[in-house]
Design a protein. Structure first.
Lengths: 252, 218
């Protein structure tokens, strides 16, 4: 497959080549991914769309180093993480240092305040607590939720919680962000605001962002979209509508 | 040789016996109005005694007095050490065993309750635990979070219990001596119970698949 954008592997945020994933063995084997190719540049936000059962979640789990592909190659942030086998055994550290996750629901830790929810990852990576909290506050400020820094997650609105979860995903400055239906529970205004934040953060932190979505509200905002069908990806140019022109406000 | 003999005829057992006699319908028959008084009078005028307390004059050993008494049939003599042994090793030890049994039952029930609470709290946070694992939190960190939660619960329970016991102790008829060391041992036992109770929840948390944080399906 020829990509519309063809950066070198070193420059690319995400490069996936001939990725294959088979569940089970023998007669019961199911080939969830047949041959997936994908390139996402640093600072770029691409959409991953497809019908249910097409392999979106499997691809996301492979990219997130949650499940092991059967074969193929994955390069994240210029580092080959998988080439027919994992290049490291410590997938936990690999995920922590290289990949930020944004989920459909924010899943913030209920007994930690907003700052600690964001600072948790840098702390786990060994950053001193004061520095981790300073970084968390800086991110919260950029995402306009610094005024809720001491609040419990349950005291935040849905939009604020989602912004905190984006801040958490960015806390370790990962080269890759994987977002799984991040706008599904939000209304149009909030969904567009989340996309605006993801685009802004992608450029600011030079992160390659993949957004898995079914959400018709945000699909026109992608410049490039990967369609996944029966375990294969097809790339097409998206409408790339300007988010600023679509809606100007942040979610409350 | 014995300096003083004290006859405690109306000891607790006699008073209780008299009360039982008064309450007995057999002695309160309408046709026999003097029966109860006669029965009580017979008890009061009885020459039988339960025990005699003897205080020995200075210069004599209790054993010297006790030894000849023991030679009498149906009589037993105890010196101070023997009485203390009866009191401590028999009466107090029996009470201590009863309290100990209640404590064991309470400990088992508390462990079951704490296990259930921590288990329920953990099951309610499976998605959050999956997210923590997905973003790179180690099993050790997650286990220590659950352990801290169980310990916190135990500490709150202990403090509430200690405060309640201290404030309510005077209301209860029997005085139970709770020394500082006993309280500390109790705290250690509570912490141990909570640590053991959290193991089930920790096992569940460790088995959580980080993939649960990502939407299901393929």
């Amino acid at each position: 497959m020829t990509s519309i954008i063809q950066p070198s592997i070193r420059q690319a945020g995400i490069v996936v080549q001939r990725l294959r994933k088979v569940y089970g063995q023998g007669d019961t084997a199911v080939e969830a991914l047949k041959s997936v190719d994908m390139v996402v540049c640093p600072g770029e936000v691409v959409g991953l769309v497809g019908p249910s059962g097409s392999g979106k979640s499997t691809l996301l789990k492979c990219l997130g180093a949650i499940i092991e592909p059967t074969s193929g190659r994955m390069v994240l942030g210029g580092n080959t993480l998988y080439d027919n086998a994992w290049k490291t055994k410590d997938l936990r550290t690999l995920r922590r240092d290289n990949i930020g996750f944004v989920f459909q629901a924010p899943y913030l830790i209920p007994f930690l305040d907003v700052t600690d929810n964001v600072a948790l990852l840098p702390m786990l990576a060994g950053m001193p607590n004061s520095l981790a909290r300073a970084r968390a506050l800086e991110l919260l400020k950029e995402l306009d939720v610094a005024h809720r820094a001491k609040a419990e997650p349950s005291q935040l609105s849905g939009g604020e919680q989602q912004r905190v979860s984006i801040a958490r995903a960015l806390a370790n400055r990962p080269p890759v962000i994987l977002a799984d239906e991040p706008t599904a529970p939000l209304n149009s205004e909030r969904a567009l605001a989340v996309m605006r934040i993801l685009n802004r953060m992608a450029i600011q932190y030079q992160a390659a962002v993949i957004v898995v979505t079914h959400d018709e509200k945000i699909i026109p905002t992608f410049k490039r979209i990967y369609h996944i069908r029966e375990g294969r990806t097809m790339e097409e140019a998206g409408e790339g509508r300007s988010l600023d022109q679509m809606r100007p406000t942040l979610p409350s | 040789m014995p300096r003083k003999r004290s006859f405690f005829k109306d000891n607790d057992a006699i008073v209780n016996d008299r009360a039982r006699t008064s309450a007995n319908p057999a002695f309160n028959r309408p046709g026999l109005p003097g029966l109860l008084d006669a029965a009580i009078a017979s008890q009061t005028s009885s020459h039988s005694v339960n025990a005699v307390l003897v205080r020995v004059r200075e210069g004599y050993l209790p054993e010297q007095v006790a030894e000849p008494i023991r030679r009498w049939k149906h009589l037993e003599a105890y010196d101070r050490a023997g009485m203390e042994d009866i009191l401590v090793a028999k009466l107090i030890a029996t009470s201590a065993k009863q309290i100990g049994m209640f404590l064991v039952i309470l400990a088992i029930v508390s462990a079951a309750v704490v296990t259930f609470i921590i288990y329920t709290m953990t099951i309610g946070k499976i998605r959050e635990i999956a997210v923590l694992k997905l973003i790179g939190t180690s099993n050790t960190t997650i286990a220590s979070m659950i352990l801290q939660q169980a310990m916190g619960l135990g500490l709150i329970g202990f403090l509430v219990g200690k405060l309640a016991a201290t404030l309510w102790a005077p209301v209860f008829p029997k005085y139970v001596l709770l020394l500082q060391n006993d309280a500390l041992r109790g705290l250690a036992a509570v912490m141990l119970i909570c640590a053991l109770a959290s193991t089930l929840a920790i096992r569940i948390a460790i088995k959580v698949d980080p993939a649960e944080a990502i939407g299901g399906g393929t």
